[in-house]
Design a binder for this molecule. Structure first.
Ligand SMILES: NC(=O)c1ccc[n+]([C@@H]2O[C@H](COP(=O)([O-])OP(=O)(O)OC[C@H]3O[C@@H](n4cnc5c(N)ncnc54)[C@H](O)[C@@H]3O)[C@@H](O)[C@H]2O)c1
Length: 303
């Protein structure tokens, strides 16, 4: 089996590459290093192509490579980017080029959507609820979710969209200020500083461990039909509770340092309704927040 992983040097993409190689897939990793890190794929026996998903000629040239599945992770992932044209060019037009490649290669596509399509909507967030993206990043992911069912109806090819919630885990360090809150708080605490959170640390997120996200991608590849589903745990955890769990794992006793939230667009709560993912893909998160953080801290201390 041969897989193309776009954005394969990024956080989630590199975890997918690593897993596929262990399963004896041949892996083509495409990344333009807008964000991704060479270190993330160091030592991996894969074909690396440095290039952009918006380079139509390059994407067309991959036709004939015998690709059996595309895992599309490449995107502008910085949710604070306000250049609408750039965001739509990379996230939406790039996706269209990837779909055209899938048509030419006659292969399924699993792509990264996002909980950002729900904005500050009702929780638990259901795929059937009205989307309400709060920024151009969320809009771009919603546009991808609008395009994919049309494409799969037209071509008969399977396209599965995964609305990831807040992903954390190994290989995210290069993201700096865009690292998960769990890594950012852990980073501060490991440096001996009090963890800084917006007042009063009661914001909640459905944090999902990257190993579960990899599993969801594999289940999506194996699924019978096209669909768009949430990839979350179905539980939400406050930043205050994350600090408690980190304190337990790091043997520390830090108190949060609260400060004012400067953003006027902000998701106060995210929580997936995981029912459809379970029904359509047979996917259920395996790691509780306590288990995920424990595994992550162990991985960090080993590296
Ligand atoms: N991390 C999360 O919590 C989260 C949540 C929801 C959705 N997502 C989505 O999951 C996917 C992966 O996210 P991530 O956290 O691994 O982000 P990331 O920034 O670590 O990875 C994205 C990768 O795409 C590459 N890239 C960007 N533009 C490109 C282009 N034009 N051509 C080729 N490569 C390009 C970057 O260099 C990077 O390696 C993204 O589509 C993101 O929107 C992530």
């Amino acid at each position: 089996m041969k897989a193309l992983v776009t954005g394969g040097a990024g956080f989630i993409g590199a975890n997918i590459c690593e897993y596929l190689l262990k399963q004896n897939f041949k892996v083509i990793c495409l990344d333009d290093f807008l964000k991704g890190s060479e270190k993330n794929i160091q030592g991996m026996d894969l074909e690396f192509i440095k290039g952009s998903v918006v380079d139509e000629r390059l994407i067309k040239s991959l036709n004939g490579k015998g690709i059996d599945v595309i895992f599309h992770e490449a995107a502008i992932t910085d949710t604070t980017v306000t250049d609408d044209n750039l965001m739509l060019q990379v996230n939406v037009e790039g996706f269209k080029y990837i779909l055209n490649l899938a048509r030419a290669e006659n292969c399924p596509v699993v792509y990264a959507s996002s909980a950002a399509v729900y904005g500050d909507g009702f929780v638990p967030m259901k795929e059937s609820q009205k989307p309400n993206p709060l920024n151009i990043y969320g809009v771009s992911k919603l546009k991808m979710d609008e395009i994919s069912p049309i494409f799969s109806r037209e071509t008969g090819l399977k396209v599965v969209g995964l609305r990831y919630f807040n992903v954390y885990g190994p290989k995210e360090d290069f993201k700096a200020s865009a690292m998960s809150m769990i890594r950012q708080l852990g980073f501060q605490m490991l440096k001996g500083n009090a963890p800084r959170v917006f007042k009063w640390g009661e914001q909640e997120r459905d944090f999902i461990y990257v190993k579960d996200v990899v599993t969801a991608n594999i289940k999506a590849f194996e699924a019978e039909k096209s669909c768009i589903v949430n990839v979350g745990t179905g539980k939400r955890t406050s930043f205050n509770r994350i600090i408690e769990i980190l304190n337990n794992n790091l043997n520390t006793d830090f108190k949060p340092d609260y400060f004012d939230n400067p953003y006027n667009f902000y998701q106060n709560h995210t929580q997936a309704d995981p029912t459809l993912a379970q029904k359509s893909l047979g996917f259920k998160a395996g790691f509780s927040i306590e288990e995920g953080i424990k595994d992550y801290v162990l991985a960090l201390t080993r590296s």
